[in-house]
Design a protein around this ligand. Structure first.
Ligand SMILES: Cc1cc2nc3c(=O)[nH]c(=O)nc-3n(C[C@H](O)[C@H](O)[C@H](O)COP(=O)(O)OP(=O)(O)OC[C@H]3O[C@@H](n4cnc5c(N)ncnc54)[C@H](O)[C@@H]3O)c2cc1C
Length: 403
């Protein structure tokens, strides 16, 4: 299905990190005829137990990489924002997006299980390309390539590549190695519980939507099999642990409007995940150093408030593949990648931070202003925000798009 078109005979890419960003880039480069090696620290695939939503920009990136149809086949499609925003009582705060506007711009959100997306990307790699239990520890730039050192069950090993893509996530070691004085990720102030309500609840939760309270948010999205992916966000002190996540969500959100209590009740208590939200609040001065490019959260970790982290990693993947396929030399390709990706990703990270502050505010004055603004805001403003995120056109990749 992912047959390689050889635009790069003999060229080898070393990708550090087998998350969504690293796997998508490796799969794209493999399709373009590159040899790829993915070093992944974990010994087994993670990412169980949660859903992920992908806006049109990410869907277009997946189309370019040849995964669009397979991903859609495992997803449910919904209008971005679903039925709109409500207050905990159920009172409407914001109307749903105009369906004519959405269809004019082809805007939609697809929702699927994270392991399904990971599994599809992993399956597109050639045998032996993914090395698990491989903890990359350093890189040495050479005039015509770069050597990555990594620890494995066999001790320290090395692998040489023409390009190195560091997609090693939020706490990227390579970001720190290449920009030692860059600021570390900071805590946003809020954390998220996530769960999947079991089969049969889909009908009561259609067509998805969001609810904002005082420093609290609950979002719900349909999943295949009449299940529902939900997330519950609250301001929590950094490092706080909640031994019984299900009870915590019930305590904070159990009296909110239907179908929120029903969704919580339909979620197996042991399956509720809890994550603190961190971001790279100070933008990096660059994404490229020598033959190493940072990608995804390693380059621009953002809060989850706009649901764009993985979408941006997928955009990065396509732009980097297109640049490596069309520029004559790796340094020129990486320079183009950095030029094209920094403004957009850093703009979206800033927008995500602003959205988080608006959503999570607890101050009475801010809450009053928020409600007035939501009443007065023209639908056009919300539409422009959606277009900025979703109406992104990926560059073309050489060769036929895989079926
Ligand atoms: C609660 C929450 C909900 C979210 N929901 C959405 C959503 O709905 N839609 C969306 O678009 N985004 C969402 N995001 C953001 C999204 O999950 C991330 O932006 C995305 O997963 C980043 O992918 P990545 O490949 O850059 O990094 P990661 O997924 O973090 O992958 C990095 C990989 O690198 C490996 N690694 C790290 N260091 C090394 C090393 N030294 N050597 C080898 N391997 C290494 C790690 O084990 C990991 O597998 C959400 C985030 C959170 C916290």
């Amino acid at each position: 299905m992912h047959e390689a078109v050889s635009t790069a005979p003999g060229r080898h890419a070393v990708v550090i990190g087998g998350g969504i960003g690293g796997l998508a880039t490796a799969a794209g480069l493999h399709r373009l005829g590159w040899r790829v090696t993915v070093l992944e620290r974990a010994t087994r695939p993670r990412e169980a137990g949660a859903g992920i939503s992908l806006l049109t920009n990410a869907q277009r990136a997946l189309d370019r990489l040849g995964f669009g149809a397979q991903v859609r086949a495992r997803s449910v499609s919904m209008a971005p924002g679903g039925e709109g925003l409500r207050a905990p009582s159920g009172r409407r705060l914001q109307h749903p997006a105009d369906p004519r506007f959405l269809s004019r711009h082809g805007l939609s959100l697809i929702v699927l299980l994270r392991p399904d997306l990971h599994g599809l990307l992993r399956a597109a790699l050639p045998p032996g390309a993914l090395r698990t239990g491989a903890d990359a520890v350093g890189v040495e730039d050479l005039p015509d390539g770069a050597v990555v050192r990594y620890g494995s069950a066999h001790g320290e090993e090395r692998v040489r590549g023409d390009v190195v893509i560091a997609a090693d996530g939020l706490n990227s070691r390579f970001r720190h190695l290449l920009w030692p004085s860059a600021a570390r990720p900071v805590y946003s102030g809020h954390s998220v519980w996530r769960g999947i309500a079991g089969g049969g609840v889909g009908a009561i939760a259609e067509p998805g939507g969001g609810t904002w309270g005082r420093g609290l948010e609950f979002g719900r999205m349909p999943l295949p099999g009449h299940r529902v992916y939900w997330f519950a966000v609250a301001n929590t002190p950094e490092g706080a642990r909640f031994p019984d996540g299900h009870a915590e969500v019930r305590r904070r959100f159990g009296s909110w409007h239907r179908p929120i209590p029903e969704l919580i009740a339909a979620t197996p208590p042991g399956d509720v995940l809890h994550h603190e939200v961190f971001e790279l609040a100070e933008p990096l001065p660059g994404y490229v150093s020598g033959r190493v490019a940072l990608l995804g959260d390693a380059a621009h970790a953002m809060t989850s408030d706009l649901g764009q982290g993985a979408c941006q990693a997928l955009e990065d993947a396509v732009v980097l593949c297109a640049a490596l396929a069309t520029e004559p030399a790796v340094p020129a390709a990486l320079a183009r990648y950095e030029r094209e990706r920094r403004p957009r990703t850093q703009g979206i990270a800033a927008a995500s931070r602003r959205m988080g502050r608006t959503k999570m505010t607890e101050r009475c004055w801010d809450l009053a202003c928020r409600s007035v603004m939501m009443r007065l805001r023209s639908p056009r403003a919300a539409e422009e925000g959606m277009l900025y995120l979703g109406d992104w056109r990926p560059p073309r990749l050489p060769g036929p798009v895989p079926a």
